[in-house]
Ligand binder design. Sequence first.
Ligand code: NAP
Ligand code: F7E
Length: 331
Amino acid sequence: MSEVKRALITGITGQDGGHLAALLHEKGYEIYGIIRGQHNPKREAVISEFPYVTLIDADLTDQSSLIRAMQTARPHEVYNLGAISHVGYSFKDPMLTNDVTAKGVLNMLEAIRLTDPENTVRFYQASTSEMFGGLEYNRPEKGYTEESAFHPRSPYGVAKLYGHWITQNYRESYDMFAVSGILFNHEGDRRGVEFVTRKITNAVARIKLGLQDHIELGDLWPKRDWGYAGDYVEGMWRMLQQDQPKDYVLATGETHSIEEFLDLAFKEIGIEDWKPYVKQNPAFMRPAEVDLLLGDPTKAETELGWKRKVDFPGLVKLMVQHDLAVESKKI
Ligand code: NAP
Ligand code: F7E
């Protein structure tokens, strides 16, 4: 009988950590999740929703804690999803972003190397479309691919680019099975309310229920390639099941503005003109913006057999309906 596969997930309290834990559980994995802080407010929620996950106290900035996590979990696969992941916040705390989102990747890779002399552990790094940066002169017509040039526009994007290159460097230097998924924006019912899609669907639900009368946002013209997070964790897993370690873009191949997201979200509650409900607030604007992101997922579709299932209207509907259900329980 073959051994049960063990996975270690950093970022278990985040959006993707939840989707990935559910997916790996379905696949029969023994799952370990890294949680940080002596009083993490999300600890109880993770325990109650994912009772099959063994939580390990560790922090991406503390390498000794990662070594202990490796010794406890003895994983076959490590998914490094932990990060300071909010682009706007990364401008406010660039040093911490660097420590967690950049150096944290190196801490995790070294912890693996030190505890895995047989070199059998497979490593997934959560890279991002923010490494491309938009910009007219750096934009391929059919969307960014694994070969496109990078031009990050935020401390977050710069930190992620370090994580991307150090992962590639460990693959080339030590023959590790270490890969990066270059994922474009993915959203859903687990998305944090600090991100624009969930902020909108949460507000739309509350406006419908009479719990608030408007929403304050930053720039509405940027465009993103928005998919559903549940589809994307399947792609992460597939990357670690390949014969060869390679990097892959996961994207929908479509791009939409925040205005288009607002259109669909408000239509879902029967409002055709959202403008009276939206106020612009410079506090939510960034020192440098990524104007447009569009990914070309051809390599993942061809080699991994991966394709997104939820389309843009389906994503907006799913999120608004979820928030209506959650917010109506508060009345
Ligand atoms: P998320 O919801 O913001 O979750 C981030 C996770 O990182 C949380 O569990 C957080 O824990 C953890 N974390 C923060 N600082 C840490 C530290 N010092 N040590 C250990 N863990 C720490 O992010 P997500 O949307 O699930 O994204 C998962 C990963 O994919 C991230 O690396 C993100 O940058 C990347 N990514 C996301 C997208 C997207 O559209 N969602 C696209 C491309 C790449 P706490 O709960 O304790 O704060
Ligand atoms: O912003 C604009 C904002 O914060 C999207 C992360 O998961 O995806 C995410 O990064 C756009 C930007 O996501 C508000 O300026 C307007 O143009 O939802 P977001 P993001 O910056 O694209 C990438 C791929 C990641 O890797 C990241 O980890 O929306 N925007 N008004 C706003 N954004 C926010 N958050 N809040 C606003 O009020």
